[in-house]
Ligand binder design. Structure first.
Ligand SMILES: NC(=O)c1ccc[n+]([C@@H]2O[C@H](COP(=O)([O-])OP(=O)(O)OC[C@H]3O[C@@H](n4cnc5c(N)ncnc54)[C@H](O)[C@@H]3O)[C@@H](O)[C@H]2O)c1
Length: 378
């Protein structure tokens, strides 16, 4: 690290997440100034003119066309991986070998074996490591976790997560990495990994799962022809938590006019709480102790300074958005850099991968799958 307490970042990939992360690094010191700050110094991408433009747009002075060069640079302290999931493990392992800390977009990998290899590499290298489960950093989601942990819902019995998107509705969308299992992973792995992360974070380990998947558009165009789609368009899963709670998860990329609509609901012995992403500044809550004359759910404004992840943001009523999750991610990681392990780390990322792979195996075998059986293989 340089003397000015700057963590110099190399961002691998210049797509949507490359832009989101560079935005988060730029905004974090304005929102939550601290002793440590991230400074992107180099961006990599395979297409020279595209990465040149993206790095210029993001205010990053240097670009390279090979991520291996970025990983080896002496002026890089942290490698930030913003490429498709099938590339994550190889880049993370190379970064760890070069002694760099690693921030990796979700999912950590498209299968548990790769996720475990990446986890083992960063742990044995003794570097910091984090997975970009950014939705944890929204105030309302973080407040929900705090309420579960604080017992405000009582003993948690039911957990429910749905994530609907219309990304794949149009059958004329051409084949790209998102339709290739080894590169993009399944819809369980893509959307489901966020929900599984939230489920594990809120309720603890998942013991077993049973899942089913469907693919509705079976092939997509490539130049000169078509290629079979290798992943599910939609999946549903039943979940049994080690705590005794039960849950359900539904993920779909074929739900028309549902752009990124996810909902997480928790029902406990004392109350219910619901988060819906299309009202991301709110959390709905009711307790069995509420006055029965006022029976119903109450809308909590999840922007109050006493709530988590609101520190440094605008006064209550101004709203916090998707972008704030990346700013909070950068601020949280900077604040904990020198004294505690980053969270969620590759350890949590691998746990999520084990659950996702258990769901995928259940789809194939049409049987319940114990997560420990999958995790025990590595
Ligand atoms: N946290 C979130 O909210 C969120 C949202 C979208 C995507 N993601 C995740 O971020 C990652 C990137 O997604 P995106 O939407 O930014 O994708 P994108 O397609 O917009 O960008 C991908 C980048 O990776 C590069 N790339 C593609 N294939 C590559 C390869 N084989 N080797 C090296 N580089 C390659 C592309 O050139 C591009 O720079 C994925 O893991 C995805 O699941 C997270």
């Amino acid at each position: 690290m340089s003397e000015s307490q700057e963590l110099r970042v190399g961002i691998v990939g210049y797509g949507m997440m490359g832009r989101c992360h560079s935005y988060g690094y730029a905004a974090a010191p304005r929102i939550r100034p601290g002793d440590v700050r991230f400074r992107p110094v180099v961006m990599s991408g395979r297409n020279e003119s595209a990465v040149a433009k993206a790095s210029r747009d993001c205010g990053i002075e240097v670009y390279v066309t090979d991520w291996r060069e970025l990983v080896e640079r002496r002026d890089v302290d942290v490698v930030d991986i913003c490429t498709p999931p099938g590339t994550h493990a190889e880049i993370a392992i190379a970064a760890a070998a070069a002694g760099k800390s690693v921030i990796c977009e979700k999912p950590l990998a498209t299968n548990y074996a790769d996720a475990a290899r990446a986890r083992d590499a960063v742990v044995s290298a003794g570097v910091q490591h984090a997975v970009g489960f950014n939705y944890r950093r929204l105030p309302a989601v973080s407040l929900l976790k705090e309420m579960v942990e604080g017992g405000e819902l009582g003993e948690v019995r039911l957990w429910r997560g749905t994530w609907l998107s219309d990304e794949f509705v149009d059958p004329t969308i051409p084949f790209d990495w998102r339709f290739e299992a080894a590169m993009g992973g399944t819809t369980i792995c893509d959307l489901g990994s966020h929900l599984v992360d939230m489920a594990l974070w809120m309720l603890g380990p998942i013991a077993e799962v049973s899942a089913t998947s469907s693919t509705f558009v079976h092939e997509r165009t490539v130049p000169g022809g078509v290629r079979p789609v290798e992943i599910d368009d939609a999946s549903s899963a039943l979940i049994r938590f080690a705590s005794g709670a039960q849950g359900t998860m539904e993920v779909a990329r074929v739900a028309p006019r549902r752009p990124c609509d996810f909902v997480v609901e928790v029902n406990g012995s004392k109350g219910t709480a619901v988060f819906s992403y299309n009202q991301l500044n709110e959390l709905w809550f009711a307790s069995v102790d509420d006055d029965p004359r006022l029976y119903g759910m109450r809308r909590i404004r999840a922007e109050h300074p006493l709530q988590p992840e609101t520190h440094g943001w605008w006064p209550i009523g101004q709203g916090v958005g998707y972008d704030a999750s990346f700013v909070n991610q950068a601020a949280d990681l900077a604040a904990t850099w020198s004294h505690s392990r980053w969270v969620p780390s590759f350890v949590e990322g691998a746990e999520v991968a084990a659950v996702c792979e258990s769901m995928e195996r259940s789809v194939k075998t049409r049987r319940w799958v114990a997560v420990n059986d999958v995790a025990g293989e590595q």
